[in-house]
Design a protein around this ligand. Sequence first.
Ligand SMILES: *Cc1c(COP(=O)(O)O)cnc(C)c1O
Length: 213
Amino acid sequence: MSIKDNLQNILQELGAIQLVAVTKYAAPEQIQELLDCGYFVLGENKVQAAALKAEQYKQYPVQWHLLGHLQTNKAKQAVRIFEVIQSVDSEKVAAAIDKEAAKVNKCQKIFVQVNIGREPQKSGVAAELLADLLVYCRNLKNVQLLGLMAMAPDLPDKEQTKPYFKEMKELFDRYAAPYGLEFLSLGMSGDYPAAVQEGANMVRIGSKLFTGE
Ligand SMILES: *Cc1c(COP(=O)(O)O)cnc(C)c1O
C-alpha cells in the first residue's frame, strides 16, 4: 500500500483523534509523498534532524512537534522550529524554553511528558511530580501548557499497555480543567489502538504510516 493509502486508512480509523506523523525514520521521498497528500502535522525526536527537515520543507505549512528529550542548550533552536514541544519533563527544560521564547516574542506550546512506566531509560516526569511541574509551567509567561504526553512500555502483548494509558487518562482528567489541557498524546504504531480505547485524543505514528507495519 502507498503512503497515501496508509494515511487515509489511519485518518479514517482515528476520526476526530489527532495524528502526528512521525518522520524520524522516513526517507526524503516518503516525507515528500506525505506532504503531497497535504498532511502537515509532523513529529521528530531530535532538534538537529528537525532543523534540517524544517529547512528542506520550508515551502510547506508544516507544524513540527518535538517528541524527544530536549537538551537546554538546544532550546533556542527548538523554539524557532517547533509548533509544539511535547517532551517537557523538568523545570529546567521549561525555564529554558520560556527564556528563549521570550527573546523571539513567542508563546511556545508545550506538553508535559510523563514517564508513566517508571522506566529509567525513558524521559518524562514521574506521575507523583506532575502536579508540581504543571504549576511551574503555568506560571511561565512565554509557554502555553496544552497537554500531556507519554509512551507506554514496549510490551509484546499490546493489551498490557492499557493500564498505563488508563493511568494517563486519569491524570489528564484530573488536570485538564484546572490547567487548561486539551491534548492527551499517547500511542505509537504498535499500541495506538489501545491508547485510543483508553481515551487518547492525539497519537504519534511513524512506521505504520510509512512502511505499513
Ligand atoms: C518514534 C516515536 C514515535 C513513533 O514511533 P512508531 O513506532 O514509528 O510509530 C512516537 N512517539 C515518540 C515519542 C517517538 O519517539
